[in-house]
Design a protein around this ligand. Structure first.
Ligand code: NAD
Ligand code: DAU
Length: 333
């Protein structure tokens, strides 16, 4: 008999990948708490066994609902967030409500119930690195977030640390680099460009495309989170990454090539305000202390499989595509 897990944001990109991973690799049962914002999608949980996965539609900032759900589970994995930098530049308010107040609401419930709590966060809390800097982020890199999104994630991490220290909440934190894989919303870089090519729209590269992201497959993120849930030390932070640094220009050219198009068939568009230059993760602590290893080491193969997924699941992404492109068009992107 496995555990009962509460997974917040489990109808989003990485949360739904985690729920699929848990069903496949453990005996655990899952309750998903998800508000089904524009980024949440019931269809991302389709096909999972009903006796093991229950979807509760609701807000992580709803204290009564959260309290009730914490009473039904052994552990909580907290993915729910407003997650897109471009949206946070347009309207920061929902980022404060969900990422800060929502996380506070969950921490208060964890404190009342004594529930094991794992907080999902991002490498963006550390700000960015220069392109020619050999350094990578470690668990001791100072926080220096750039955007409303990353600053609210940084704030939520600090709340978790304070609730561990002041109230003895049984929490761990992980900060992961950029994920790719199935079920990612078409507003994000890789799915946007894949679905653009499918729709005969030229891919859109912000600025010169020199910015570097450290790509990891969402399934490797899931295996790392399960490892931390099982073996992580309370109060500790673990960085998750798979040595996947690539500049955006290289990624867009690879997508075009894999999809049978000329590698230069894309447009340079208006850059993102405050655009972070480079992220890079040193995941030595997670690998040496907890024994985790990534499975997807070949980015090109993982990207090709992701392209196949988007080709086969147009019904999943098509409803959001036109609205996303209309939003970007208002910003010259
Ligand atoms: P996403 O936007 O695809 O999904 C977020 C989910 O949270 C959606 O299902 C949405 O409906 C739900 N949600 C939003 N507000 C809610 C609320 N108030 N109450 C309940 N549910 C709510 O995001 P994602 O890319 O899957 O990111 C998930 C988590 O992982 C976030 O915490 C993000 O900061 C973190 N993260 C993401 C990446 C990445 O590359 N995408 C990398 C590192 C960390
Ligand atoms: O590093 C982890 C973070 O990765 C997560 O915390 C965020 O939730 C997640 O959204 C992601 O943030 P980024 O801002 O790095 O991801 P995004 O997919 O928006 O953009 C990736 C890079 O591609 C970034 O340098 C901006 C660029 N870009 C993006 C879009 C949408 C383009 O060049 N063109 C585009 O159309």
């Amino acid at each position: 008999m496995g555990r009962r897990l509460l997974v917040t944001g489990g109808a989003g990109f990485i949360g739904s990948n985690f729920v699929h991973h848990v069903v496949e690799h453990t005996d655990d049962e899952v309750i998903v708490l998800d508000k089904l914002t524009y980024a949440g999608n019931r269809a991302s949980l389709a096909g999972l066994p009903e006796q093991r996965v229950e979807l509760v539609v609701g807000d992580i900032a709803d204290a009564a609902l959260v309290d009730d759900l914490f009473g039904r589970v052994d552990a909580v994995v907290h993915y729910a967030a407003e997650s897109h930098n471009d949206n946070s530049l347009n309207d920061p308010r929902p980022f404060l409500d969900t990422n800060i107040v929502g996380t506070y609401t969950l921490l208060e419930a964890a404190r009342r119930h004594g529930t094991r709590f794992h907080h999902i966060s991002t490498d963006e809390v550390y700000g960015d690195l220069e392109l020619d800097d050999p350094a990578r982020f470690t668990e001791s890199t100072p926080y220096n977030p750039s955007s409303p999104y990353s600053s609210t994630k940084a704030g939520s991490d600090l709340l978790v640390r304070a609730w561990v220290r002041s109230f003895g909440v049984q929490a761990t934190i992980s900060n992961c680099s950029n994920n790719y894989g199935p079920y990612q919303h078409v507003e994000k870089f890789i799915p946007r460009q894949i679905t653009n090519v499918i729709r005969d729209i030229r891919p859109k590269l912000y600025g010169k495309g020199e910015n570097v992201r450290d790509w990891i497959h969402a399934d490797d993120h899931s295996s790392a989170v399960l490892t931390i849930l099982d073996k992580g030390e309370i109060g500790q932070t673990y960085l998750i990454g798979a040595d996947g640094e690539k500049d955006n220009k290289t990624v867009v050219e690879l997508i075009l090539t894999l999809m049978g198009q000329p590698a230069d068939a894309y447009d340079h568009v208006t850059d993102r305000a405050g655009h972070d230059l480079r992220y890079a993760i040193d995941s030595t602590k997670l690998r040496t202390e907890l024994g985790w290893q990534p499975h997807y080491r070949d980015f090109e193969a993982g990207l090709a499989a992701t392209i196949d997924w988007y080709r086969a699941h147009e019904d999943w992404w098509a409803p959001a595509k036109d609205g996303v492109e209309a939003f970007y068009a208002t910003k010259g992107q």
